[in-house]
Write a protein that binds this ligand. Structure first.
Ligand code: DC
Length: 223
């Protein structure tokens, strides 16, 4: 692992279900780094927009909202709490309805600018693992370590299905696949901060790998 006291960033990007959240968390734990789930920040802002019934097509209103909102990530024992204006919203930001609405928030360039600034501030404080869609391309293009995780869409849908079944949300595998495909499309086609592999990111296809295998693979580059 890079020594000499300098800060370094591990950037992990990829689509929904590629395994990046679990893997990023484990890598941060193993290396004693701060873990930053950037998707949770877009989710928290989406929750606020929905609560305030802001028109999700109104980019200016959403940008204004982003500027006047305080989002924090707080590590409490082994989990990451998402604070929206001081309120712990961790349990409220993963509903299917909200997940489907994040795309309206994530495509607004003014919103992304605010989020990227915040991510740079948090990531600038100490060595960190950041996971998202645009970390290696936009947020920290100079990151010391960059990874892009992907898996085939069937496998990503199955993983999502398992995750959701565990918390008792009864969508069919087909519905979930439909959502995954739609989310890929809005992530990839966005004009700003689109999901894209940085040319210097290490690509890992996680389809046939266990979480442990992916973690080991990534650690072999970092150590
Ligand atoms: O990682 P996640 O599924 O929790 O992310 C939720 C949404 O947030 C995702 O559909 C796209 C958006 N997002 C983004 O636009 N940029 C990021 N860096 C992270 C997430």
């Amino acid at each position: 692992m890079p020594g000499s006291g300098g800060h370094f960033i591990v950037a992990i990007d990829g689509p929904a279900g590629s395994g990046k959240s679990t893997v990023s968390k484990l890598i941060a734990e193993k290396l004693g780094l701060v873990y930053i789930d950037t998707g949770s920040m877009y989710r928290a802002l989406t929750l606020k927009a929905m609560r305030l019934k802001i028109d999700l097509e109104d980019g200016e209103a959403l940008t204004e909202l982003a500027r006047s909102t305080k989002i924090d990530l707080l590590k409490v024992s082994s989990s990451l709490k998402v604070l929206l204006d001081g309120e712990d919203v961790s349990g409220l930001i993963r509903t299917p309805e909200l997940t489907n609405n994040v795309k309206f928030i994530a495509r607004v360039s003014g919103v992304r600018q605010e989020m990227v600034n915040l991510q740079r501030v948090i990531g600038g404080r100490s060595s960190a693992v950041l996971e998202g869609r645009d970390i290696g391309t936009v947020v920290f293009p100079e990151a010391m370590f960059k990874f892009y995780l992907d898996a085939d869409v069937e496998e990503r849908s199955r993983r999502r299905y398992k995750e959701l079944s565990a918390v008792d949300q009864r969508a069919s595998l087909n519905d979930i696949k439909h959502d995954v495909v739609n989310r890929d499309e809005s992530d990839i086609k966005r004009d700003v901060g689109a999901l894209k592999r940085a040319s210097d990111a290490v690509f890992v296809d996680t389809t046939d790998l266990s979480i442990e295998e992916v973690v080991e693979r990534l650690l072999s580059y970092i150590k």
